[in-house]
Design a protein around this ligand. Structure first.
Ligand code: SF4
Length: 303
């Protein structure tokens, strides 16, 4: 709060004229001692108070009474449904396609089953016989389902999926059809699967234990699909299939053999489409990888 000496008692000519017109006399002489400013201040203050007293005061409105809400119960966290993990199913290496798909659907061998909405087994060309594995020349292996894949139960959907479809369509691998060379298409002549069949929460990297637990499903898929060539996309797919921890940039540009002897198809490695969406200049390198894959496939078919 200000004390009296802080008060600015100076009245300008207009204020004095206004007070004078209202019949209020204000001291206007020379300030000759220390009492004068206060006397003058009091006079001015009195004048202002008189004016203020003529202003009708606002009626006091009682503050509305807000009824007290009943005491809300303390928020409780939604209870996560407890899922008991079960041992990895026996005999994966002997399963047929339908049994393998059903086993993955019910798998609770690692903690990723706790948060998944759907398992993501794979998508691709229709099989010749219902319940059997499609026979494809080309297999694309990605890393793990993301949010959209988890919701839809299909690998490579959303923006990364669109980019993959465009990359595949650009690979003119078949003889001309209706005057145009035919590219790859997920529903016709290729199969697409991930290393992990369940989504890691918040798209975190899968742990080595989770990869080890899920890998037998992929190996069995590859045995049954019998692809002529595998295109591994992204670091986890490449490490799982080739056994190398080197960065993608160092592994590109050559043909690899699988670390697991049950996988006999050659492997070409490239960037994951989700990475390419964030690193557009590397699309040219990815295209070079696809060209290498097409050349390798030509060689395989001639042999
Ligand atoms: S990620 Fe693989 S091992 Fe883990 S629960 Fe899913 S299917 Fe089973």
């Amino acid at each position: 709060m200000s004390d009296a000496t802080d008060f600015d008692y100076t009245l300008d000519e207009r204020q004095i004229a206004m007070l004078d017109a209202m019949g209020i006399r204000v001291f206007q002489g020379e300030i000759s001692d220390q009492k004068e400013p206060f006397a003058r201040m009091e006079s001015a203050q009195n004048a202002i108070e008189k004016v203020a007293n003529t202003i009708p005061s606002k009626p006091v409105v009682a503050a509305p009474v807000i009824p007290q809400a009943a005491a809300a119960p303390a928020p409780t966290r939604p209870q996560a449904t407890a899922i008991t993990l079960t041992p990895k199913p026996e005999g994966i290496e002997r399963m047929g396609w339908a049994e393998l798909a059903a086993t993955v659907k019910d798998c609770k061998a690692c903690g990723l089953c706790q948060s998944r909405k759907n398992t993501v087994f794979g998508v691709g060309a229709p099989p010749a016989l219902e319940g059997e594995a499609p026979q494809v020349d080309w297999l694309i292996v990605g890393e793990a389902p993301g949010e959209n894949e988890d919701i839809q139960g299909e690998p490579f959907v959303g923006q990364a999926g669109k980019l993959l479809d465009n990359m595949l369509a650009a690979m003119k691998v078949s003889k001309e059809e209706a005057g145009k060379p035919k590219g790859l298409k997920r529903t016709e002549n290729v199969y697409i699967a991930n290393v992990l069949k369940c989504r890691p929460p918040a798209n975190r990297n899968p742990s080595p234990e989770e990869v080890a637990m899920c890998e037998p499903y992929l190996v069995r898929q590859i045995e049954l699909l019998k692809p002529k060539l595998i295109l591994a996309m992204g670091r986890f797919a490449i490490t799982t299939l080739t056994g190398s921890n080197e960065p993608v940039g160092k592994l590109r540009g050559r043909v690899h053999t699988a670390a697991d002897p049950r996988i006999t198809a050659p492997i070409i490695v490239t960037y994951h489409p989700a990475y390419l969406l964030r690193n557009l200049p590397d699309k040219a390198k990815a295209w070079a990888d696809l060209v290498l894959a097409m050349q390798t496939m030509k060689t395989i078919k001639v042999l």
